[in-house]
Design a protein around this ligand. Structure first.
Ligand code: NIG
Ligand code: FE
Length: 417
């Protein structure tokens, strides 16, 4: 048995009972906390916590956390961190005035990353993704969802998913894999959508499921990418294979896919830089149902910053009683950063979310939208000891306030530093 006692904490934030799987609407404003607290870790799990005066006297290791806060580590539920090279040339094009869509139309964008990925070995992809995970951990992240979608052919997609499986084995972070073969139509299928859909759904999907390579399925539903009808078909087929969906929707255009995603019981709808009243209405249909049927709204403010597109209207979503998660979208084209602290700052500054709301969105709601809410996302007895210890700070609000700084002093993953 190995025990670690953290004591003299200024505050222990995000304390929840095990039956709270996520927080919606007005509940997001509350972040239950214990002032002057202790927390005991045993064998990598949260064993107990409470007021400092009730702390046990002995443990194998004792950490004095005077003046510091402890909170659940971030759960980043939407990333594309397996990629080759970078796209700073497109960044330069953007500075010179081109839009994301114009860059894509010139052969940049996702197809550019796909070309490079197919020229890169599995080992190189693994090494660079491991480095990204290490950096993300230093910002306080303990769980990461990772998508395929830069292969766009049989071998490339399988290669990406195998790399993600290796990341699961090699990294201490909790990792979930999402099959995003429907990220863009490769050039050879530009005029043969049916051919590509057949490759995805009849050749790749059965093989991927057979080998246990994916936890979820995703589609980039957007003009010039995948239509609402195509999205529906992909989600239906994914469901037949037992994969719940996490879907890219409403990034640049409202096509009406949110309703389809809710009807297909998607786990999350992500981006939502634009959202209609009909979308909100469709999402509200699940409020009141058992929480395992919820579709989480996921905002990706790093993408809004980088592409200079609207920020997801979080107030509209939360004030309608809906749940919201925050994630980085870490990818080479639209959000080249895995910094959840910056994401939280952007959500406060540009989406008018409060400190409590962003912390709930980046911890428990993030955990929910990658299916790990029973083991991560809150300070709950029996959950994994995946924790952030802050530097000595005056309040939690100084975290999002200090945009660009990293006030995370230590990150504990499964009880280890
Ligand atoms: O979430 N929108 C689609 N996919 C990514 C961008 C991927 C890329 O540009 O490489 C996103 O923003
Ligand atoms: Fe994305």
């Amino acid at each position: 048995m190995n025990s670690i006692l953290i004591r003299n904490l200024k505050s222990l934030a995000g304390v929840r009972e095990a039956d709270i799987k996520m927080v919606c609407g007005a509940e997001m404003k509350t972040l239950p906390s214990i002032e002057n607290a202790f927390l005991l870790i045993e064998n990598g799990l949260i064993k107990s916590f409470g007021k400092n005066e009730d702390a046990p006297e002995r443990a194998d290791e004792i950490i004095n956390a005077e003046g510091k806060f402890v909170l659940p580590a971030w759960c980043d539920s939407h990333t594309h961190i397996v990629y080759a090279g970078s796209r700073e040339n497109e960044f330069a094009d953007k500075i010179n005035g081109l839009t994301y869509e114009e860059i894509a139309a010139r052969g940049g964008g996702i197809l550019n990353s796909a070309k490079r990925l197919n020229e890169t070995t599995e080992e190189e992809l693994l090494d660079s993704a491991l480095q990204r995970l290490e950096e993300m951990k230093s910002f306080g992240t303990c769980a990461v969802e990772i998508k395929s979608g830069y292969g766009l052919n049989y071998e490339g997609e399988m290669k990406m998913l195998r790399v993600i499986r290796k990341l699961k084995e090699k990294s201490a972070l909790t990792i979930k894999a999402t099959f995003l073969g429907a990220h863009a139509y490769p050039l050879e299928f530009k005029n043969n959508h049916e051919g590509y859909l057949k490759l995805l759904l009849e050749e790749l999907l059965p093989k991927i499921v057979d080998e246990g390579l994916a936890d979820f399925i995703d589609v980039f539903c957007e003009e010039n990418y995948f239509s609402v009808e195509e999205t529906k078909r992909i989600l239906e087929t994914g469901a037949k294979f037992g994969l719940r969906a996490k879907v890219h929707v409403n990034q640049f255009n409202i096509l009406g896919a949110v309703k389809v995603c809710v009807e297909q019981n998607a786990l999350s709808v992500d981006h939502l830089e634009l959202i209609s009243d009909e979308d909100i209405f469709a999402l509200k249909a699940v409020v009141g149902l058992p929480t395992n049927n919820f579709t989480m709204c996921t905002a990706l403010p790093g993408c809004s910053l980088f592409l200079k597109i609207p920020y997801t209207p979080a107030r509209k979503i939360i004030d309608a009683g809906l749940p919201l998660a925050l994630a980085t979208d870490f990818n080479p084209g639209s959000a080249p950063s895995g910094n959840m602290n910056l994401v939280n700052s952007l959500a406060c500054i540009n989406m008018n979310m409060t400190t409590e709301e962003v912390i709930n969105a980046s911890t428990l709601n993030g955990a929910y939208s990658m299916g790990v809410e029973n083991e991560l996302g809150s300070i709950t007895i029996g959950k994994k000891a995946n924790l952030i210890i802050t530097k000595p700070v005056s309040s939690l609000t100084i975290l999002p306030y200090s945009f660009g700084s990293n006030l995370v002093e230590r990150v504990i993953v499964n009880g280890n530093f």
